[in-house]
Design a binder for this molecule. Structure first.
Ligand SMILES: [Cu+2]
Length: 149
């Protein structure tokens, strides 16, 4: 009985090691690619500065930088009525389009070319009923996306 337990323990250690190796392998692959294939950016309304955005759950600030794998996508979720505006970088594909016309609208942007992309947003005048009281100047949202080759 004792021997059987030892064998079983040995087996589970073996399985554990194998799983560990598999996980390490996956991590190495991801590190090799360096940048994520998919990212999520959320725009929110807030009292100070009116709005800010968060990349993959980071803190909400006006200026963000992120990296993305070649051919990757960023999905923008808009809880403050913004139109996404690209100010520099290669062409991107918007699905369905850069204007997020209603609260909690989203757009998925595909980056097929390597390079540095810069975005800002155009907030709200087109949206009646969005006149919410805020503190300070409205933030200008800025995003730099570096897409690896
Ligand atoms: Cu705002």
């Amino acid at each position: 009985m004792k021997r059987l337990l030892i064998i079983l323990a040995g087996l589970s250690v073996g399985v554990g090691l194998t799983a560990g190796v598999a996980i390490t392998g996956t991590t190495n692959t991801q590190q090799g690619a360096k940048a994520p294939v998919k990212s999520t950016i959320t725009i929110r309304h807030q009292m100070r500065g009116c709005h800010a955005w968060s990349v993959n759950g980071s803190a909400y600030v006006a200026t963000q930088k992120t990296t993305l794998a070649h051919g990757g996508t960023i999905t923008f979720f808009d809880n403050d009525a913004h139109k996404l505006v690209k100010t520099s970088g290669p062409a991107v594909r918007y699905r369905p389009g850069p204007a997020m016309r209603h609260m909690s609208a989203s757009v998925r942007v595909t980056f097929t070319k390597a390079g540095v992309y810069k975005f800002t947003t155009k907030a709200g005048e087109d949206y009646p009923g969005m006149a919410m009281k805020t503190i300070g100047e409205d933030n200008v949202l800025r995003l730099t996306v570096r897409v690896s080759s």
